[in-house]
Ligand binder design. Structure first.
Ligand code: SF4
Length: 211
C-alpha cells in the first residue's frame, strides 16, 4: 500500500474526480471550502498545495480499474482546477493516452484566460470532452455579490471564456446554482445568455453544506 499524503484523486459515488488546488479566484457564497476540509469523508484540503503531475498520475494508476469502469473523470476539487493549467493539460494527455474510453470533464469558474493571460481553451481542446463553466448570474452586479471575484471584470471574462471554449469545439455548458438562499438568480435570463454564447445551459439546485 503506497501512502497517499495529498488526495489529488478522489471518488464520489464511485466516480473519479481530480483535486488540483485549494486556491480559487472566487469566494462564492455557496462554496464548501470555508465550511469543511472533506467531501464525503475524503480530505480534499491539500496541506502542501503543490501538485505535480507525476504524483497525481501515480494515484490514477493505482486506481486504474475503478477509473476504467467509470466512463468519465472530472477535474473538480476544492479550488479552481485551471489555476494549475499545465498540470491539467499533462494529466489529461496521460488519461487520453492510457484510458481510451474515458471522457474528461472540467468544472471551472471560467477565469483561466484572465489568470494566465493566454487562450488556454486551445490547450485543453485536444483532450477535454466537456467543460462546465460557472456563469452564476445574469449580470455583473449579481455575479459579484455571489462570487466575490478577485480578478478585474470577472463576469465579462467568464463570458469570454465560455465563447473561447465553444470556438475550440469543446462541449461547453454554462451553469448556475439555483435557489441559493438570499441570492436570487434569473435562471431564464442566464439560459438566454448561455445560448447566445453558443453554450448549453445547466441550472443545479443549491445543496446546503456542499455535498
Ligand atoms: S468558484 Fe468554485 S471553488 Fe471557487 S469559490 Fe466558487 S464554488 Fe468555491
Amino acid at each position: 500500500m503506497v501512502e497517499v499524503s495529498e488526495n489529488f484523486l478522489y471518488f464520489l459515488d464511485n466516480k473519479p474526480y481530480l483535486n488540483m488546488t485549494n486556491a480559487c479566484t472566487n469566494a462564492c457564497v455557496f462554496c464548501v471550502r470555508d465550511q469543511k476540509e472533506d467531501v464525503q469523508g475524503t480530505k480534499l484540503w491539500l496541506d502542501k498545495d503543490d501538485i505535480n503531475s507525476s504524483e497525481a498520475i501515480k494515484q490514477i494508476d493505482l486506481n486504474k480499474d475503478k477509473i476504467k469502469n467509470s466512463g468519465e473523470i472530472v477535474f473538480c476539487g476544492y479550488g479552481e482546477p485551471l489555476i494549475r493549467i499545465d498540470e491539467v493539460v499533462e494529466i489529461s494527455k496521460y488519461i487520453k493516452e492510457n484510458f481510451k474510453n474515458i471522457k474528461i470533464r472540467i468544472n471551472t469558474n471560467g477565469h483561466a484566460n484572465a489568470i494566465h493571460k493566454r487562450n488556454v481553451a486551445a490547450e485543453l481542446a485536444p483532450y477535454v470532452d466537456v467543460i462546465s463553466i460557472s456563469l452564476n448570474a445574469e449580470n455583473e452586479e449579481i455575479y459579484n455579490k455571489i462570487s466575490h471575484p478577485k480578478i478585474e471584470n470577472a463576469y465579462e471574462e467568464v463570458k469570454r471564456f465560455i465563447r473561447a471554449c465553444v470556438e475550440e469545439k469543446i462541449f461547453t455548458i454554462a451553469s448556475v446554482v439555483a435557489n441559493v438562499p438570499n441570492y436570487p438568480v434569473d435562471i431564464e435570463r442566464c439560459e438566454v445568455i448561455a445560448k447566445s454564447l453558443g453554450a448549453k445551459f445547466r441550472a443545479r439546485d443549491f445543496i446546503p453544506n456542499g455535498y
